[in-house]
Design a protein. Structure first.
Length: 195
């Protein structure tokens, strides 16, 4: 998977995963909001192109193509040790929509890839429940008016994850659609600054 690297002066690394139709530039604005001194790795989904670019195959009748999804997760997990990230004191994965879904999949396999996780507007897909308890810090955001994501299903899924595997997981729901508002960005910034 291709990525864009931005050098930083702080010992923190932000790892971005864009939404459907995005690219490795799409999430960079969040660096200025969260931590302008952090280094950045911004990945580009390698499925589709242009407005259909994503991190895994499109859903079919609302269901994951599990073979494709599992292979994409495995490919990333295999690639991750080849990237020089050992010198950072804090690594935060940040994903929007399709990118957040990809991160959720990674959490079911390896919750130790990063210290903190921001899942912005993920879906409640058929994710397996993580097998072991993790101390990872996770913030999940959703919009009540989101026509692409069922906020009730998202709330149920991540409350289940909080009870079974991620006790530090937090869920923030906003009265909005499938986009980031000022209130949501403020909540994300406040959460990040406590880590």
């Amino acid at each position: 998977m291709n990525y864009h690297f931005v050098e930083g002066t702080a010992p923190c690394l932000l790892v971005f995963f864009h939404g459907t139709g995005g690219d490795e530039q799409s999430m960079l604005f969040l660096r200025e909001k969260l931590d302008p001194e952090a280094a950045v790795l911004s990945f580009r989904g390698n499925v589709g192109q242009g407005k259909s670019r994503r991190f895994f195959a499109p859903l079919v009748d609302g269901q994951l193509d599990l073979l494709d999804f599992e292979q994409r997760l495995t490919d990333f997990i295999d690639q991750w040790p080849q990237i020089a990230v050992a010198d950072y004191q804090q690594i935060t994965f940040v994903g929007f929509s399709n990118g957040a879904n990809f991160i959720a999949g990674l959490l079911t396999k390896r919750a130790d890839l990063a210290d903190c996780y921001l899942l912005l507007h993920p879906s409640a897909l058929d994710f397996s429940v993580p097998l072991e308890n993790s101390r990872a810090d996770i913030l999940v955001t959703a919009g009540l008016q989101d026509q692409l994501v069922d906020p009730v299903a998202v709330q149920e899924l991540y409350q289940n994850w909080q009870e079974t595997a991620f006790p530090k997981l937090q869920l923030a729901i906003f009265d909005q659609g499938h986009f980031l508002t000022t209130d949501e960005i403020d909540r994300i910034i406040n959460w990040y600054q406590t880590k």
